[in-house]
Design a protein around this ligand. Structure first.
Ligand SMILES: [Zn+2]
Length: 77
């Protein structure tokens, strides 16, 4: 009977250690949605209306950024 008891204790300890190792690691790479800008992309303000748009989606003219084609054209007048 002594061997069985030791086996059970070892199994319980191993189970506890495994849980302690795996439980705290809940998505270390998944940052919360409170980041704002996605992927660290730079936000630039529209020269017409001032709204912030991702640099990759902004329209550039004469070194200025615009949120849409309409604002790009309006600013040229
Ligand atoms: Zn705009």
């Amino acid at each position: 009977m002594g061997h069985l008891l030791v086996l059970i204790i070892v199994a319980l300890v191993a189970y506890a250690v495994l849980r302690a190792l795996t439980a705290p690691r809940r998505g270390p790479g998944a940052s919360g949605p409170a980041g704002g800008a996605r992927g660290g992309e730079r936000m630039v303000p529209c020269s017409r209306c001032g709204v912030n748009v991702p640099e990759s989606e902004a329209l550039v003219s004469d070194g200025r950024y615009y949120c849409s084609d309409a604002h790009l054209r309006q600013s040229g007048q």
